[in-house]
Design a protein around this ligand. Structure first.
Ligand code: SF4
Ligand code: MG
Length: 326
């Protein structure tokens, strides 16, 4: 499919008192138009940093050290704050893990929805009608009455539904969701994921879905990018990557048993060993210290993304056609 967003060789550093952390290194991926891309990996792998860089919300101490994020002729990685004010919340919207990140506790739901900046001029009464329509879209019971309530009067699941309605109000081209169901129990999580899938199909927007939960990614996403230590180590169609993972990290996550993914625990499986120090990323493969398949080349030679199947790539020497491994 045609990409909506192309991330091209993106690198992001964080300046900290203990040194520069190379949090994203040479990230390349595409968010396809009208599809859902899942982003998975352990905490600290850089998936949230990548998500935040696509909506211009990187922390103060972050610096784009290289690359670009292309969308509609613009480079989001180097956009001025003024340009972000026109894009954020209109063409690109975000839902967060904690709904209260985007809700104002002292303002009614209705006022917050009516105050949203639209791409086109629209009257107050139209805004009100649209707010009700979108609260119905996210299946909030008694939608019109919800305009008068404050966030604390709603349950966690309902608050997240309100956030989804608010994010979609302006019909964004890209919706970014950073672990939006992590704070919910399993039943609510399934409801929200089903809702997101339905809304994505209704509105035809692209979604970047950041998640720890492989079962959710299998349910919701068309494509997936697996991150490890600030790099993309594997990407491709969900079906292919989940059934035939080609990077030892992805294989370890799935425990080589695709049948178990749907009922997988809500946390990623723990793989023994520790992440490399991202102040000094290792010269060879970043996964080497934890890889049961490491061999000679892995210590010195940094693996590129090798073609690993139709539309699938993996950053591992074992996928190098020159490597004669059975
Ligand atoms: Fe393991 Fe080597 Fe492949 Fe890295 S390149 S994942 S260390 S086999
Ligand atoms: Mg995160």
């Amino acid at each position: 499919a045609d990409p909506l967003v192309s991330v091209e060789g993106l690198s992001v550093d964080f300046a900290t008192p203990r040194g520069t952390i190379h949090a994203l290194r040479d990230i390349s991926l595409e968010v396809p138009k009208g599809k859902v891309l899942g982003l998975v990996g352990e905490s600290g792998c850089g998936k949230s940093t990548l998500a935040y860089s696509m909506i211009g919300l990187l922390a103060e101490n972050a610096r784009v050290a290289g690359g670009a994020i292309r969308m509609g002729g613009q480079d989001l990685a180097h956009l001025k704050p003024k340009a972000w004010r026109d894009l954020r919340g209109t063409r690109i919207a975000m839902i967060f893990q904690d709904p209260m990140t985007s809700l104002n506790p002292v303002t009614t739901i209705g006022k917050q929805m009516i105050d949203i900046q639209y791409r086109e001029p629209i009257s107050r009464s139209e805004k009100r009608a649209r707010a009700i329509e979108f609260l119905e879209q996210v299946q909030l019971p008694d939608a019109a009455a919800k305009l008068d309530v404050y966030p604390h009067q709603l349950s966690g699941g309902m608050r997240q539904r309100v956030c989804i309605a608010m994010a979609l109000l302006t019909r964004p081209d890209l919706l970014i969701a950073d672990e939006p169901t992590t704070a919910l129990d399993a039943t609510l999580e399934l409801q929200i994921v089903t809702l997101l899938r339905e809304l994505q199909e209704t509105f035809g927007c692209s979604v970047l879905f950041v998640s720890h939960h492989l079962g959710t990614v299998a349910e919701l996403c068309d494509e997936v990018a697996v991150m490890y230590a600030g790099e993309v180590v594997e990407r491709g169609h969900v079906r292919e990557v989940f059934h035939a993972p080609r990077h030892p990290y992805t294989q370890a996550l799935f425990d080589c048993d695709p049948a178990r993914i749907r009922q997988a625990t809500r946390q990623l499986p723990t793989i023994p060993g520790t992440l490399p120090d991202l102040r000094q990323p290792p010269a060879g493969c970043a996964f080497r210290a934890r890889c049961s398949k490491a061999f000679g080349r892995c210590a010195a030679e940094h693996p590129p993304l090798h073609a690993a199947g139709p539309g699938q790539v993996a950053r591992c020497h074992l996928n190098d056609p020159a490597e004669d491994v059975a």
